[in-house]
Design a protein around this ligand. Structure first.
Ligand code: PAF
Length: 282
């Protein structure tokens, strides 16, 4: 596996592969790789002969009071892991490579409306940073396919919309959430949890599943279910940010006609913000 940090090296490697007729998959990450990321790489292999994994902790998607400085940076360990799973390239650029005119002067890509709700409503500017950096990674790598985890349900939806709206010729593939044995969705931020918080954390997934069962069995009082989720999460020791039931196709409020639902939560355990979601149809 090649570890590359510059645009020139990346371009050279990519042109070699393209000349050989290889397809290229991109797995964008912020590093601190866990089994969830490795499942994205496995899925990438099904779509392309070559897999590029980017590791870049993107400053523009963190709010001023968020954990940009503390975000776990584990490039050596990530490199070893990527060698083991035989990724073809680790692309770990610096901020200047991604934002050549600096962050203040950076061209931004913004997806309106879809980003006004849920995580977007609670983390103003977050998705603008995500779509801006993903567009740059797309432009640098020009992959045939890019893979994103369903744990960040709204994120993958926003990226799909952006890609379609801007006519970007990249196939977006969404990959199921990977969970710990007790159901906790894998996340780099789980490493912030202390022992007590780690024991509480799987309750989020249980609350989501209980709500999914209610919907599957015909419950249509969505506001009532949302309040129940909120209460259960708070009773479990979390500080809930949102607990929402949405139409899975566009994140709008569900109606009696809705058949595909996404149930989404964001909640704090101490200073750690966790998100999770499940989908259910009826
Ligand atoms: O999901 C992530 O890790 C990040 O939001 C992404 C897509 C790599 C963009 O920085």
């Amino acid at each position: 596996m090649e570890a590359i940090s510059t645009k020139d090296e990346l371009t050279e490697q990519l042109s070699e592969w393209r000349a050989e007729g290889d397809h290229i998959a991109l797995v964008p990450t912020m590093g601190n790789l866990h089994a969830g990321h490795l499942s994205l790489i496995d899925a990438a292999r099904e779509h392309a002969e070559r897999v590029v994994v980017s590791v870049f902790v993107n400053p523009t998607q963190f709010g001023v009071d968020e954990d940009f400085d503390d975000y776990p940076r584990t490039l050596d360990r990530d490199t070893r892991r990527l060698r083991k799973v035989r990724a073809d390239v680790l692309f770990a650029p610096d901020v200047e490579t991604i934002y050549p005119f600096g962050i203040e002067q950076a061209t931004q890509v913004i997806v309106p409306q879809l980003t006004d709700t849920l995580c977007g409503a609670h983390r103003p500017g977050h998705f603008d940073g995500v779509t801006t950096v993903v567009t740059r990674l797309f432009a640098l790598v020009q992959p045939d396919v890019a893979l994103f985890g369903l744990k960040d349900f709204q994120q993958q939806m926003v990226i799909r919309r952006m890609t379609e709206d801007l006519h970007i010729p990249i196939n977006i593939v969404s990959v199921p959430t990977v969970r710990e044995e007790d159901g906790l969705a894998m996340s780099s931020r789980n490493s912030y949890l202390d022992e007590t918080q780690r024991a509480i954390a799987p309750e989020l997934f249980k609350v989501l599943n209980r709500t999914a069962d209610e919907i599957r069995h015909g419950e249509s009082d969505f506001a009532g279910l949302e309040s129940l989720m909120h209460e259960s999460i708070a009773a479990g020791g979390f500080r809930p940010e949102y607990a929402a039931i949405r139409n899975a196709s566009d994140l709008s409020e569900p109606t009696a006609e809705t058949r595909e639902f996404a149930i989404l939560v964001a909640a704090y355990l101490g200073e750690t913000r966790l998100i999770d979601n499940v989908r259910v149809s009826r």
